[in-house]
Design a protein around this ligand. Structure first.
Ligand SMILES: CC(C)(COP(=O)(O)OP(=O)(O)OC[C@H]1O[C@@H](n2cnc3c(N)ncnc32)[C@H](O)[C@@H]1OP(=O)(O)O)[C@@H](O)C(=O)NCCC(=O)NCCS
Length: 199
């Protein structure tokens, strides 16, 4: 137990990666058999991956290794990584995760990707809403943060649509796989503020 907490004070309640369901999506664990879809639908695509620190994969074998790494971590209750599946077609269209859990603050970060073909249909907003609600309501996270490159406004849009507020901009916060420094907008949402609007 965190020695700075008194008995009864809140702690992160880790629950692993349970299935989460929204109107149009099922958020579920990624499986080894998903590797080809993960590669084809977003990890091979510069239009998606240029917005992240690690660039696009050049071959499906890289993705198979990445998916193996993900799958091997599901044994840990502290691992929260969901594939985003469309209910209508069963296609895996993206991924979303909670990471960087800090035991002193009870804070964490969220990250996500949606395949280019499925962009601007509200799926990113819907998946982020489900994960934020799960993190605050069931895991007892104190604060969720995220950052996006300022040349990637869609990411900021889905954060704002889910109540996250921009707290600042950090110059050259990341250097991406193409060796470009990027200024990033940092966002956050406190559990107490979330519950003021979402009972
Ligand atoms: C960011 C991302 C997850 C958004 O997913 P999505 O499913 O397209 O998101 P939604 O459809 O729910 O919402 C996107 C919003 O951004 C808006 N948007 C899209 N492009 C935009 C642009 N260039 N400028 C301003 N707004 C933009 C859309 O209009 C939409 O807002 P609206 O619903 O009010 O019209 C997706 O684009 C993605 O995976 N990008 C690459 C990876 C990435 O950026 N990950 C996050 C790193 S921080």
């Amino acid at each position: 137990m965190n020695s700075r907490l008194k008995a009864g004070e809140k702690m992160i309640h880790y629950l692993g990666t349970p299935i989460l369901e929204t109107d149009r999506l099922v958020l579920r664990k990624v499986e080894l058999s998903d590797a080809q879809s993960v590669f084809d639908h977003w990890l091979c695509d510069d239009r998606v991956m240029d917005n992240l620190i690690k660039g696009a994969h050049k071959s499906v074998s890289e993705t198979i290794e990445r998916v193996k790494e993900i799958v091997s971590q599901y044994d840990s209750e502290e691992f929260c990584y969901w594939g985003i599946e469309l209910k209508t077609s069963g296609e895996l269209i993206g991924a979303i995760d909670l990471f960087q859990f800090d035991s002193l603050t009870e804070n964490c970060e969220v990250g996500y990707s949606i395949g280019y073909y499925w962009g601007n249909k509200g799926y990113g907003t819907e998946a982020l809403r489900a994960v934020i609600d799960f993190a605050f309501r069931h895991m007892n996270i104190h604060k969720i943060s995220a950052a996006h490159n300022i040349d990637n406004p869609a990411s900021g849009k889905i954060m704002r649509k889910n109540g996250m507020e921009q707290e600042g901009t950090i110059k050259h916060m990341i250097r991406n796989a193409k060796n470009h420094y990027k200024d990033c907008a940092v966002y956050g949402l406190l559990q107490e503020d979330y519950f003021k609007v979402m009972k």
